[in-house]
Design a protein around this ligand. Sequence first.
Ligand code: COA
Length: 158
Amino acid sequence: MPTILAEAPREYSTGIRPAVEQDLSQILEIERLTFGQQWDYYQFKASLEDVFLVAVDASTGDIVGFIVACCCKVAMRGMILRIAVHPEHQGRGIGTQLIQAAFDKLKELNLGEVDLDVDIIKAGAIHLYKKLGFEVVEVFSPDIEEDESFYIMRRKLA
Ligand SMILES: CC(C)(COP(=O)(O)OP(=O)(O)OC[C@H]1O[C@@H](n2cnc3c(N)ncnc32)[C@H](O)[C@@H]1OP(=O)(O)O)[C@@H](O)C(=O)NCCC(=O)NCCS
């Protein structure tokens, strides 16, 4: 017997565009819902100078995710500093789209590779990064007293 859905699944499409200052309140809300240690308004505002993209729900205009990356032109390397997708919208490919859009922007800046660091307990995010071609290049523990370790992951952009 077929399952009858209470309502039809909503058509889902997102657009990616550069972030602007007016987006910061929605971005801070996603940050609050997704991270324990959170960036503040001023960190995000300063990041508007960097590669800072948002995913926008095409039907509502709401911001559903964001990514921040910076570039070190001397090292010819980009660095993904922050990525999050609103919990209600995770698992729909938005994180993948944001990372691929950031790759395109970093390539436009003639950077050869991109790094990120990720808490080793974040298995879901690590799975996503590996799927997109990142490899673990180093493990580090910033504070010996804290039981916390991170992977540095890297991917070539060319
Ligand atoms: C990590 C994050 C940005 C991924 O966004 P997303 O839109 O859910 O990612 P996608 O839908 O593109 O997922 C792509 C793949 O990664 C997997 N994945 C991503 N996040 C996952 C999670 N938290 N748990 C399990 N799997 C996860 C998906 O299952 C999918 O794999 P599959 O195609 O093999 O099934 C999102 O989970 C998030 O905002 N997490 C909280 C903030 C965070 O941890 N940021 C990363 C800090 S390093």
